[in-house]
Each structure stands twice: as C-alpha cells, then as structure tokens.
Design a protein around this ligand. Structure first.
Ligand code: PGA
Length: 244
C-alpha cells in the first residue's frame, strides 16, 4: 500500500481550498492506485470532505483531543472530526510536540480515542537535529514508538519526519531514511503492531516531485506526508501519480 497525505498546516481559506480540490481531482486518476489523504485546518474539514470523500480520498484532522467532549476550550474531539467527514487524524506532528507541548502520554490516549471513533491515526515521529547530532536518533524513535505498548495494536499509519528536514528544503539522505524506516519497522513488529494490520511507514520532510521517486525506492518507504509541496495542486497531483 502506497500513501500520500497533504498536511496543509495553518494555510488556505475556503475559496482557495475549494479551488485546490477541484484542480486536484481534475489532475489525478479517478481511482488512484495510492491511498490519498488531505489534512486541512479544522475550518476547512467539512468543505474538503464534501469535495474529496466521494472520490475516495481520505480526510485527516491535524490533531484531536482524547476526550469525547467537555470543557477543553479550543480543542476538537475525535467524534467531532468524524462528524465533519474525517476518516483519520494526524497525531504527534513535531510542530504539535514542539509548540504545543504534545506528550507521548497524551498521544497514547489520543490513539485509543481515535480507534474508538473509527479514525485512522497517522502517528508522526522524528528526531531533532540536536538529537541526530548526538547520535540519539534511533533511541528517540524507539521512545516515541513505545506508546504502542500502551495502546496495543490497531489500524495505524506512521510517518517518519526528521524535524530538521521539515520545511527546510533539506531532505534526509537515502541511508538515513533506510536506517530509520528499517528500525521503525522492527519496533512496530516488536510491539505487535503489524501482526494483524498493514502499517505503512511514510516519509515526511521537504518531499517534492523531484525527490519523491528516489524516496519511494527505499525499502519500507510506503509514501509521503507532504507540507509545502501539498499546497500546490499540480505538485500534489504529481506526487500522487508517482506513488500510484
Ligand atoms: P514539509 O512539511 O513537506 O513542508 O517539509 C512536512 C510536514 O510537516 O508534514
């Protein structure tokens, strides 16, 4: 299974999102071989899911709260994501960890909440530059994946996103990606996550149509989580085609 997911982050308004979706649907095959997802900001979820879900694309929330409802001003719950047409949710993106204090303990609860509401979690993991320079990359990835011992197995996609490669134009080198993805697969197996579920491992961090084909040739790279290049429907359509 190959997967390509657009992470729009805090970008686009209704009119732009509408135009993007129409353009994208014109440029991708009616039944793309790859699993395609879009993670728009909360304000655009209804609009985007109305346009792309009928065409078989996934819509992901960019975050979701572990509780179903309650006094959590500014948060959105998993049932609310379902309510507006989401089939999945990004969890643990490095920007959430870095700027909003997302912890592994909270993520374990969020994964379970997502499953309870039939949402596919796309768990993002990755090391900072300081951690890589200190030789801690695999230890960090192992730590971030250790929450799977609390959640148990379930439907899951994982994205390996080295923090230093996100939005920087600096992509990880093939041997670095190979090592990280191989390690992630071994950890997923060790936690029993792959016994009953196919768990694709996406790469994220400055993915473009220029770099994607080489990445897709690396063993255990099942696709991409794409930020900057996903804001251009033609570039995103090209990525979908490359994955197909
Ligand atoms: P980028 O973002 O493609 O702009 O590096 C990727 C991400 O943050 O998921």
């Amino acid at each position: 299974m190959r997967c390509v997911v657009a992470n729009w982050k805090m970008n686009l308004r209704s009119e732009e999102a509408h135009a993007f979706c129409e353009d994208l649907l014109l440029h991708i095959a009616p039944e793309p071989q790859a699993e395609v997802g879009i993670a728009p900001p909360f304000t655009l979820l209804s609009l985007v899911s109305g346009l792309v879900r009928p065409k078989g694309l996934h819509v992901f929330g960019q975050n979701g709260h572990a509780e179903d409802k309650g006094a959590f001003t500014g948060e959105i719950s998993m049932p609310q994501l379902r309510d507006v047409g989401c089939s999945g949710v990004l969890l643990g993106h490095s920007e959430r960890r870095q700027f909003f204090g997302e912890t592994d303990a909270a993520l374990a609860k969020k994964i379970k909440a997502a499953w309870q509401w039939d949402l596919l979690p796309l768990l993002c993991i990755g090391e900072t530059l300081a951690q890589r320079d200190a030789g801690e990359t695999l230890a960090v990835l192992g730590q971030q994946l250790s929450i799977l011992s609390q959640t148990g197995p379930g439907p899951l996609w994982v994205a390996y996103e080295p923090v230093w490669a996100i939005g920087t134009g600096r992509r990880a080198e093939a041997p670095q990606v190979l090592e990280a993805h191989g390690f992630i697969r071994a950890e997923l197996i060790r936690h029993g996550a792959c016994a009953d579920y196919e768990v694709p491992i996406l790469y994220g961090g400055s993915v473009t149509p220029e770099s994607f084909p080489e990445l897709l040739n690396i063993p255990e790279v099942a696709g991409g989580l794409v930020g900057g290049a996903s804001l251009d429907p033609h570039k995103f359509a090209a990525l979908v085609k490359q994955a197909g």
